[in-house]
Design a protein around this ligand. Structure first.
Ligand code: ASP
Length: 603
């Protein structure tokens, strides 16, 4: 028989009581985290969201409660009435905030029972956790773990801080619809069939991009939203099919005004973990970031910049290098400090690593105490090897790791190798927070498959004033089309510790330039009208210059919580293959439902 809660109310949480509370009569409620049976005494670790308090039930002073305690098992829900007492000398627990006291129970109510949990909730160290799939299936149990409780509540606090900041700065929170038409972020849409208009579909927003721009046309001046976005992309470790972003748009805004909001809101949010971000974030253009770090989201917590060896090798007769340089490629390297003792096996591993990013091979030079050795020794000779090491700024004891190839491949593979080595060698200061604004992103990206230029950000991003002439020329003259690849946009990202935490742009507000941009993207006027006609119409009714950004709530919270797993900051995340293991979604729907929607499933 279970006890009833009746009128009983808890007086304190399980994380709250201290030495100064000794003598108080209290009521605590929570879950049985642990029970230890010592015959005439039973000890219970009682857990709620605030912490754990030790309960002692004695056969001598509380016989009825003691008899009940005998039946308790893990995760039973109980209420305990009793007195706060000091722990006996030598039994204080420094690890618990309540470790100086315990509750001498006088009464115990069993409010509910629990089955044996499919995995152990209390484990020492995250490496001992049950498999993530099991934990996702029983998410409500996993969420009881203090770490996840902390993360989910940190997220709530972060969102509250954001609202506080945005409201104080005069931004208006405006909700935009979830049932929408395709939006322009360039991923696949999730579509929702319409019953009333059978055969037609809504699309879930990839972002509220067009609508937030329309709020500017509508005169709201400063908009924000904590917006849920949906993108049907191939998943990666730090991506989810649905995620949340702080979405912002401002009228009469230039880049500097947007940067101030980005900096300000991150500063405000990072106060949650007592981190003072700098008043002005350092800045770097996209080109510089790619050159120095091989990445547009460099982690600045460690150095290890890429060095260019192309100049040193420009006259080489080593055919593979010569032909790469001939065809506009590059030869660059990173220096692993103190790693001249890399073994063959380690170098092979690193080679496999860069191959994942498209590199053909990883060449190396090791500056040992006695001699300089290299995988290129036979083909380049001792003297050239020494010269390369000097050009790389390597010193005795270092290893130089070299990749040659197309610029994009060299950047991607060395950019990733830089981070990989920093991880392996523990070069990353876990208590450092290094923000960066990356500016002047390219306007277009050449799509290798189609040969067309795609929007690097989205099709409403404005070219830089300095590049406007080139932009027009590239569109108007067929022969200059390739110049699109060089046009820079008023587009920027905020990066913290190697994570792209925010991105945005100043938008096109003139319809002529918007039309040119669609042309550049190979979108016919008819197609553009079909997709974005309502927006093109709106542009014609007095659109103020405007711009904005979106910041990823999950990415930001991952940094605040010190986790690399995006699922650790979402209450009900999906797996890497886009399933919800707890609800077992996506799931089938009834035939009758399909019929009503006018949909047939083809095998
Ligand atoms: N809509 C963009 C995104 O979701 C952000 C922006 O340009 O404001 O990435």
């Amino acid at each position: 028989m279970l006890d009833s809660l009746g009128n009983l109310e808890k007086t304190h949480s399980c994380g709250e009581l201290r030495e100064s509370d000794v003598g108080k009569r209290v009521v605590l409620m929570g879950w049985v985290a642990k029970k230890r049976d010592f015959g005439i005494f039973t000890f219970i670790d009682l857990r709620d969201r605030e912490g754990v308090t030790q309960i002692v039930v004695s056969e001598e002073t509380a016989a009825k409660a003691h008899a009940k305690a005998k039946n308790l098992r893990g995760e039973f829900v109980i209420a305990v009435l009793g007195e706060v007492v000091s722990r006996a000398e030598g039994t204080h627990n420094q690890k618990l905030s309540t470790g100086d006291i315990e509750i001498k129970a006088s009464e115990l109510l069993i409010l509910n029972e629990a089955k044996t949990t499919p995995f152990q909730l209390e484990v020492a160290g995250s490496e001992n956790l049950a498999s993530e799939d099991t934990r996702l299936k029983y998410r409500y149990l996993d969420l009881r773990r203090p770490q996840l409780q902390h993360n989910i509540r940190m997220r709530a606090k972060a969102v509250a801080k954001i609202r506080e900041f945005m409201d104080a700065r005069g931004f208006t929170e405006i909700e935009t619809p979830i049932l929408l038409k395709s939006t322009p972020e360039g991923a696949r849409d999730f579509v929702v069939p319409s019953r009333i208009h059978a055969g037609k579909f809504f699309a879930l927003p990839q972002s509220p991009q067009i609508l937030k721009q329309i709020t500017m046309i509508a005169g709201f001046d400063k908009y924000y939203q904590i917006a849920r976005c949906f993108r049907d992309e191939d998943l990666r470790a730090d991506r989810q099919p649905e995620f949340t972003q702080l979405d912002v748009e401002m009228s009469f805004a230039n880049q500097e005004m947007v940067y101030r909001v980005i900096e300000g809101f991150f500063q405000h949010v990072f106060k949650l973990i007592d981190v003072e971000l700098p008043e002005n974030f350092p800045r770097m253009t996209y080109v510089e970031a790619m050159r120095r770090y091989g990445s547009d989201k460099p982690d600045l917590r460690f150095e290890m910049e890429l060095a260019d060896l192309s100049g040193e090798l420009k006259d080489t007769d080593f055919a593979p290098f010569a032909s790469i340089l001939e065809s506009g490629g590059e030869i660059k390297c990173v220096v692993a400090r103190g790693k001249a003792d890399y073994s063959r096996k380690q170098l092979d591993e690193l080679q496999e690593f860069v191959k994942r990013y498209g590199a053909n091979a990883l060449a190396w030079v090791k500056l040992g105490e006695a001699e300089t050795t290299s995988s290129l020794l036979k083909v380049l000779g001792q003297e050239k090897i020494e010269a390369l090491a000097r050009a790389a700024n390597a010193a005795e004891g270092d290893a130089v790791l070299i990749v040659a190839g197309k610029k994009s491949v060299v950047a991607a593979s060395l950019g990733a190798l830089r981070v990989e080595i920093a991880r392996r060698e523990n070069l990353i200061d876990k208590n450092a927070y290094r923000p960066l604004l990356v500016t002047e992103f390219p306007m277009f990206e050449l799509n290798d498959e189609t040969g067309n230029y795609d929007a690097a950000h989205h099709p409403f991003t404005s070219p830089m004033d300095e590049d406007l002439e080139m932009f027009k020329r590239a569109i108007e003259n067929e022969a200059d089309h390739h110049l699109l690849g060089a046009v820079r946009a008023k587009a920027y990202d905020a990066v913290i510790n190697g994570y792209e935490c925010a991105g945005g742009s100043i938008r096109i507000h003139q319809k002529e330039i918007q039309a040119l941009n669609f042309k550049a993207l190979g979108l016919s006027p008819e197609k553009a009208r079909e997709r974005f006609g309502f927006f093109l119409d709106a542009l014609e009714y007095g659109t103020p210059p405007h711009g904005g950004f979106a910041a990823g709530i999950e990415r930001t919270c991952m940094i605040l919580c010190g986790t690399e797993n995006i699922r650790d900051v979402m209450a009900f995340p999906k797996t890497a293959s886009a399933q919800d293991l707890m609800m077992d979604s996506p799931g089938a729907v009834d035939n009758s439902q399909l019929k009503e929607l006018g949909i047939k499933i083809v095998e």
